[in-house]
Design a protein around this ligand. Sequence first.
Ligand SMILES: [Zn+2]
Length: 330
Amino acid sequence: MRRLRCLLWLSIGAKGVVWAAVYADATPPAPLAALGLMLSGAQTLLEFAAVFWRLYPRERSERGLTAARPAYLAVRLRPVGDALAPLVAVGLAGLTAHYTLSGASRDWGSAGMLGASAMGLTALLLGLTLTRRAAPLPVRAVSVAPSLLAEAQRLGDELGVPVRELLILDGTRTRTANAYALSGGRIALTDALLAALTEPELHAVLAHEVAHLAQRRRLVRLWAGLTLAGVALTLAGAPLWERLPRWGLLGLLVALALGMLAPMLWLRRRHEQEADAFAVSQYGAEPLIRALHKLAALQPRDAQRASDALHPSLHERLQRLQRFQPRLPA
Ligand SMILES: [Zn+2]
């Protein structure tokens, strides 16, 4: 999986370099560049669909998956889509800004304005998907024990965020034991997680996810603020845009994109630590530590390495948790 992640960034990076060269050299009309950007995104998805298509039989026999190939592909391609969406959103926003501010859209009359609004709207919609989260696996038609929902709601009250629903996802067929904070005050647990953990361990995992629900509002506010700042900066710098050489313009776009993505990434990493700390504040560190050990045994991966850009490695997470003293009996 780690090699695949490198491959993903290599694929995205290579396409980025090619597009930057094409854009700086020939400056195709912005709507055409936008179309190219979206096609590149689609191409990356197709490349990985092909990779996972080939990997499916191996994973099926090695990990005992019972999911059919389409369900497996849907689960595997989701993180690829998640990685692509912010890049395409920021790229489209940059192209829209360039198109309208450089006056190129006016040259095409109403078609130009239409193109610019379509590009802007697509960027906005893609940006919105970053703040919403749908269930990553099929939802199972079973409900959880009322006591579990009641506990989640109590945790929500503690943080001032409503918990409306606990969903059970089908994780058995893809061997996924995980929990997710979804949009709309929903928390999802896979059936495999539910089966593996004891009640105190489940509560600790729930507390971590309830904290994520509360943090989502802060993330949405930050994203809105960054978008506004980006638009304001672009408008204020408009006179500069036309005088910059093409490479300078590209550099500015990249800086803008990084300036918007880096604070989001930083805040989300911090949120992971805060969510663990909230779980500890509720139940002490032990249940969460036990839960993490169990989950690590279910889904073997390198304990020293982070699984993605957001979550710290298991080793780092356990070390931080072990700093908390065991709770004294009341
Ligand atoms: Zn988390």
